[in-house]
Unconditional design. Structure first.
Length: 148
């Protein structure tokens, strides 16, 4: 994986983009896009929460190809829980399979579980390093984490 300072939302529509998510479906059937990049993108794409809600309902809290170039990446079981490193690991493996299926050359994503999820960047990077290759570009709005 590579690191780059940029805003994830700048890549929406031009390259595959990963948003971190949880498995909560609200009473109206929509996914809970409560914080972070999912919340930001949900404000722009009014259909996102509804489509992801259907995918979670039908397929569980897994990586889902939501739309042409938008992919969910579960880091939490519910919107009230903290990010789970084991779930991040499982999601990374599922993401690799999806990327191989679609033969994507680059995928842009945040460092999963480190914002509102509460995980330490060093723990997440150590977990992702053996799974994600250089097709995966980890974006950070600020400084790139210096943990390796």
């Amino acid at each position: 994986m590579k690191f780059q300072t940029a805003n994830l939302l700048d890549y929406v529509g031009t390259n595959p983009v990963v948003i971190t998510t949880n498995g909560t479906i609200k009473k109206d059937g929509k996914a809970n896009l409560g914080r972070g990049n999912a919340k930001e993108l949900g404000k722009t794409l009014d259909w996102l929460a509804e489509k992801l809600g259907i995918l979670i309902r039908d397929g569980g809290n897994h990586v889902h190809h939501i739309d042409n170039m938008i992919v969910s990446f579960p880091v939490e079981e519910t919107w009230t829980s903290h990010a789970d490193l084991k779930l991040v690991e499982r999601s990374a493996k599922e993401l690799v399979r999806l990327v191989e299926l679609y033969n994507w050359e680059k995928v842009y994503m945040p460092l999963p579980g480190c914002g509102g999820g509460g995980l330490k960047p060093s723990d997440v990077i150590s977990t992702l390093a053996p799974i994600l290759d250089d097709r995966f570009i980890i974006l950070n709005k600020g400084e790139i984490p210096k943990v390796l």
